[in-house]
Design a protein around this ligand. Sequence first.
Ligand code: AMP
Length: 581
Amino acid sequence: MEAKTSSDIIIGIDLGTTNSEVAVVQGGRTHIIEIDGSKILPSVVGIADDGSLLVGHTARNQYVLYPERTVRSVKRRMGEDVSLEMGEQSYKPQEISALILQRLKRAAEEHLGQAVSKAVITVPAYFSDAQRQATRDAGQLAGLEVVRIINEPTAAALAYEADHETAKTILVYDLGGGTFDVSVVRLSQDVTEVLASHGDNHLGGDDFDAKLVQHVLNHLKETKGADPSDHRAAMARIVRACENAKIALSDQPYARIEEEYLLEQDGSPVNLALEIDREVYEELITPYIDQTLEAVHIALKSAALAVSDIDEVLLVGGATRTPLIQKRLEEALGMQPRAEVDPDLCVAAGAAIQAAVISGEQVSSVLVDITPYTFGTSAMSLLNGEPYPYTFIPLIRKNTPIPVTKTEAFETLYDDQQIIEIRVYQGEDPDALNNSEIGSFRIEGLKKVPAGNIILTTFSLDLNGILQVTAREKSTGLEQRITIDNATARFEGQALDAARERLSSLIEGEARDVTTEHRESVQAQALIEKAERLMETTNPEDREDLVDLTEGLKDALDGGDFSAIEAAMSALSDLIYYLES
Ligand code: AMP
């Protein structure tokens, strides 16, 4: 083996509007390089009080206080012949970008312990020649030879499909902090090309924040008669709190915004305390999401493709973690979008993969730990248009990166309902009963209130496949939990059936009957257990019937006569159904 010389190493850079990242492939694996303890460097440059240069988080933090000494979103100005004021001096967009690139280069050098002089840099598919040239110039100013400029959607596709064997058509939906674009990429063994791209470079997660900020301002006006819009510091706190609430709402149904002493009004403090409901938030951002879906259809049309021509949908950009976006895309395109590779980092990872390919290194797609199964619970909800008590409600979807925690809200069905049974299932079927039940527990002693008492159910899955499910009564905090070990190692319902089938084909002759018989006896056993539980609560008359039918089923099982077992099961399940309804 030969050590790589510094001239061989090529780093991959995502030079973004809001954030930038740098990555490198080492030993066939992609590493995102940390800068000041974070994988993300805000694309913000500033001059501090003492005249020193600030790049990244520190520059971003000073923006609200000293906008005249700070430059944000320089990417929007690339290719323009303008001067940007920063403190006493003015700079060209390429110069500001060069300062960001230089910080990324230094981080890579510190990580690798050697000098770095070459980079692959990504740009949006819609960038003009002038904008691409300005990006190259920025690289050169930072001491980097830009060996290739590649399109961001192509980089994202490479992060997922570095080792693609067959040609694929991929739709890349990229929603960042301040820009949106959607591209159709054709990936084949030796050529990757962007067939079409469409977007809006003034639409992004920041607009979602702005909607929430407006919501908060309305609330302050209505409840306190306060208007902080002219108070810079108060507004900065509200904006930050709203962004945090937005991020929280991606994983839970409610988020609290609490800011004490926001400002002073008539000599007394104005405190902010507000709960935001995910449904309210989703209504606020729906017009933006509609707009992005229109862009998806325009991009498909310009590529002369139909929805059915798309093989994969990839999500890029932090704002695509919004569940409503994933849901709407799935509805519109008929497939679950892929989000396993961190949407903030996948463009940088793809740039590093392209860099490795150029320097002749072996490389595979980015590997991440994901759950191979969907986990969820059951609830009364519509299934095929009818209310059904065992509708499967997924909380953690298949292919979600782990560790992950998701919370959903459920409501009690009856007035004064004091007990709820939480069943935990693994599987993909909309009918929970067709999935594998991997655990259940009860939460008892709920408050006696009318139907609609909110219960928050949280699923947390860790890297070891341990699933923790917690149910909490929202109004009181009363809580119950269960821990399920090896949740990801179990057989899924269908996988179990497939495995049985495989095994049964090995066993000759009566194999098929053995399988069916086995299944019948497992079901019969479950029915008997259920009947025995019911006996404890039913009236004496019904109990007698239950006992008779249960004994009948037990006898049939002992006798081993198939049709007798079936008849006894059917009689007992009819009675249970009658008693439970
Ligand atoms: P990017 O420019 O790709 O880094 O995306 C940044 C945008 O993603 C910002 O508006 C963030 O607030 C937003 N964002 C980050 N994490 C989440 C999340 N979990 N849910 C919703 N938006 C998020």
